[in-house]
Design a protein around this ligand. Structure first.
Ligand code: ASP
Ligand code: MG
Length: 465
């Protein structure tokens, strides 16, 4: 098979893990064409972002301290992971150049005293620049043929929207298929840095946090891979959070659409656009553990065989609910637009929205952390004009049921709310899009675990597979 394997940062952060993964990849590469995509070593991207914040705050010493932390961590990993002296020496030399460049970039940014989106992307792409060299060297040390490539070197071309760029797929396809194709033809394992690419002018761009998933699926689409595996510290997508529901199960198969929903809420956060490149050719994705190969994890396909009504119950704690009321909202076009524009201008992300047909109230849910700001901008901007009253509930949880089998199935809602009622839990708000893929409702934080357990039982999710 032609496989793209992406390794998350937490699973390439210790000597033992890197060695185990390298061994496993070498074995897999005997029977398959393997292309690797790596995240940065755990915590590196966060440290790089903190460096940029330190520069902004003119705290040069902190920026230096963090750069030294990154340097030290990678240097130690290289020394301990790579056994053969010549391989070790080569890697340390390459690292030395990267470390010097990292210092120079920081010096330049400090000197200018500014952090632009463009310099920021250049800075935060360093994590993957280092990790690919380490992983590729570990493979070479085991006797495999391997070459590290940054996203730019692999041929990922994006627009110039620094920090949240999108791939220009046609150009990318031409370049990536050529670079990777020629390496695979020589039985060489490409180790590609996730997260970053370059725009048409060759300037480094990044795809947004968690972007290595996206890199993996872009590459998979370009080289017409048979499958892409996201290997990390989770065993797969689950029917519920196992810390809440003891008998939660790993889902064997879900659809792309279900996975998108689950990725937003679940333990395995996946870059929201990562599924896009897979859709046209229907390339299956497997979400699995980096180490535990007995466990096949979750397969994500266009049309899964299992058609369960509900596949998972998730729980997002710590949100605030705002009920926005006013008689003049009724029959007044543009009310919702004003409310949401006010929130958007303040940079507030709205997670849930509902309006009843009487139009006298619009209810929204935002994160607890954004609640204060949301309430104050609504008060300042709209109270006494189109809004008469704001009613606020803090510390609420969103419970979401996900499953495409809910579409057109009669009785799901009655089953859900019947189970909730039996447990005497009060529901503050309900939403369901017409896709019927996701039914969500809001309860108090303190009731959320009870609600998740009740629904897991009601839909017999412990027997899903
Ligand atoms: N290293 C990047 C991040 O932490 C990309 C990734 O891990 O997927 O966001
Ligand atoms: Mg990551």
């Amino acid at each position: 098979m032609n496989l793209v394997l992406k390794y998350g940062g937490t699973t390439i952060s210790s000597v033992a893990d890197i060695l185990e993964i390298a061994k496993h990849i070498k074995t897999l590469s005997k029977k398959n064409n393997i292309t690797l995509v790596c995240s940065a070593v755990n915590g590196t991207t966060d440290d790089l972002i903190e460096i940029s914040e330190s520069i902004r705050n003119e705290s040069k010493a902190n920026a230096r301290r963090l750069a030294a932390k990154i340097t030290k961590k990678h240097d130690a990993l290289a020394r301990k992971t790579i056994k053969k002296p010549s391989n070790k020496k080569r890697l340390l030399q390459k690292f030395k150049q990267d470390f010097a460049e990292l210092d120079a970039v920081i010096d330049g940014m400090v000197l200018l005293g500014e952090v632009t989106p463009r310099t920021m992307d250049y800075l935060i792409s360093f994590g993957e620049r280092l990790s690919i060299k380490l992983i590729s060297a570990a493979l070479v040390d085991l006797g495999a043929k391997s070459v590290p490539l940054t996203g730019k070197e692999a041929g990922i071309v994006t627009d110039s929207n620094f920090g949240e760029s999108r791939p220009l797929m046609d150009t990318t396809r031409l370049r990536v298929s050529k670079t990777i194709g020629s390496l695979l033809a020589k039985n060489t394992i490409p180790v590609i840095g996730g997260f970053a690419g370059a725009d048409q002018y060759g300037r480094i761009t990044t795809l947004g946090r968690g972007g290595s998933d996206y890199t993996a699926t872009i590459i998979a689409s370009c080289i017409k891979s048979d499958q892409v595996w996201l290997c990390s510290d989770v065993d797969g997508l689950m029917t519920a959070d196992p810390s809440i529901v003891k008998n939660a199960k790993i889902l064997k198969e879900v659809s792309y659409a279900e996975a998108v929903e689950m990725a937003l809420f679940g333990a395995k956060h996946i870059h929201p656009r990562a599924f896009e490149p897979l859709l046209a050719k229907e390339i299956p994705m497997r979400i699995r553990s980096s180490y535990n190969m007995e466990n096949e994890g979750t397969l994500v396909t266009a049309r899964p065989a299992a058609k369960n009504t509900v596949k998972c119950v998730s729980n997002i704690q710590d949100n605030g609910l705002i009920d926005i009321r006013g008689g003049s909202m009724v029959g007044n076009p543009g009310t919702a637009a004003k409310i949401f524009a006010t929130l958007a201008d303040a940079g507030i992300n709205v997670m849930m929205i509902s309006q009843n047909p009487s139009e006298s109230s619009i209810t929204i849910v935002v994160k607890n952390t954004a609640l204060d700001k949301a309430v104050s901008v609504l008060e300042m901007g709209l109270l006494g004009k189109i809004i008469k009253k704001l009613e606020i509930t803090t510390d609420v949880a969103i419970i979401a049921l996900i499953g495409s089998g809910m579409r057109g199935t009669v009785g799901v809602a009655s089953k859900v709310f019947g189970a909730i009622e039996k447990n005497k839990v009060n529901v503050a708000m309900i939403t369901q899009g017409s896709s019927e893929l996701n039914l969500a409702f809001v309860v108090k934080n303190s009731n959320s675990k009870l609600a998740v357990r009740a629904l897991h039982e009601e839909f017999e999710l412990d027997r899903i597979n």
